[in-house]
Structure formats: C-alpha cells, structure tokens
Design a protein around this ligand. Sequence first.
Ligand code: MG
Ligand code: MG
Length: 263
Amino acid sequence: MIRLKSPDEIDIIARGGAIIGALLREIETRIVPGVSTGALDSFCDTFIRSHEGAVPAFKGLYDFPASVCVSVNEEVVHGIPRPDRVLVEGDTVSIDVGVKFDGWCSDSAWTFPVGEVDERTHELLSITEEALERAIAAARPGFHVGDIGAAVVGTVKDKGFGIVRELVGHGVGRDVHEEPQVPNIGRPGHGPRLREGMVIAIEPMLSRGSDRIRTLDDHWTVVTADGSRSAHFEHTVAVTATGPRILTLAPVTTGQLGRSAAP
Ligand code: MG
Ligand code: MG
C-alpha cells in the first residue's frame, strides 16, 4: 500500500532531510586520501545526533552495523565502514545516509571523488547525477513510476554505462523503505501513477561496466559483478501539486541547522 503524506508531514521529512543535505555538504571537505571509511561513519553519526530529534535511520535497520553506508569504487551500496578501510587518491566513495527525525525518515546518497579521478570516472559521476536530476523532474502528479526509470535510461543511453537494475528506489515515510518500488529502468506511462503526497527516494546507480551485481561474504556489501567502478546519487522527493520537491537539500543559508551541526 502506498501511504500518502500530508503537507505538514512532508515539511517534517524536509527538516530531517535538510540534516542529510547539510551533512553531505560538510563531509565533502573530509573526503581526502588517508581518511578511513570508519572515520567518515563516526563523523556522520555525531553530526546527525547533534540535531535534536534526529537519529541515523540505517543503524540497526535489518541489523546493519553502522550509522551510514560507505561504498568505495566497485562497491555499489551497503558498504560497511571500517577504521582499516583507508581511501586513496583516485578512489570514489559513496555516502548513503538515512535520518529519522521526529519519527519520519529521509534518505540521500552522493558519490564523491577522492582527490583527482580519471576522466571516465568523472563522466560516470556527472552522468549519474544528471540521471538523478532528470528522474526527479518526472516526479509529478499524473506521471508514472515508469517515467522515472525511463528518464534514467534516457540519460544513460549511448554513454556506455551499465544501469544497476537489481536495486531500486522506494517510498519513504515512517519507514525507510515503503511502497512503491522505484526502478531505474522503466517505460513512460507504466507502473503506479504518481499522486500528490507521495514521497519517494529516487536513486540511480550506474557502473563503468556490467549492470550485474553480487553481494560479498559480509552479507552486506553489494559490488559490481565485473569489479567496475560504480556511482550512486539519491534524493528523497515529494510529489506535490506544483511539481517535485527535493526534501534532502542542505539549507540554502547557514541557518540554525547548519550552525548547530558543526562538530
Ligand atoms: Mg539511501
Ligand atoms: Mg534509498
């Protein structure tokens, strides 16, 4: 069942989502060669909990052991942060963050370069981000879930990147994962109709090679089947009468959220 949210509920989700937006902005300066994925997790945990009413939504979710997912290079999603996993120049790292604020969840991810990356990797990141932007533009009343996937496919077409199709976006609300599923492939006009009050996480995942994935022996980390590098960009978006509203953006000005968040 798709649970619609009221405008007030969407505003609460946006307040939690703004914590993620501010966090992903803050963390960018900390993503440098020599930092461990465990240290990034600790920073995120402290940052989120410094906001009254906010907790990391992923900690303990399905027994996930950390506060955020940190996935490096060929790791697509669900990387478990570790103090001995140290980033080096040329890596890419995805930070996937869930926040539960006042009982409502939000979910966003970004993939960052570590120092300088090669040209094709740079292209992978920019195309995945563009796919997210174009997919968000399709999140309007009267459109369908298939229009979102079709926007991803349309962005990636002829670029030579694989679209990870075994993992999907999802509804967001009281729970991190609600209905409907939001695939990164689709046909215009197909799938559930988008309605005002729906809140969904849109999250294209691309790879430089295969679109196939596998899970490592830690039962969490999802990697590309061929070891090629991947990228993942995600926002939580509300479908409103006036169009898509991104709920996981950083505050435009350095408001109370940004200041109180400084560790
Ligand atoms: Mg996520
Ligand atoms: Mg998600």
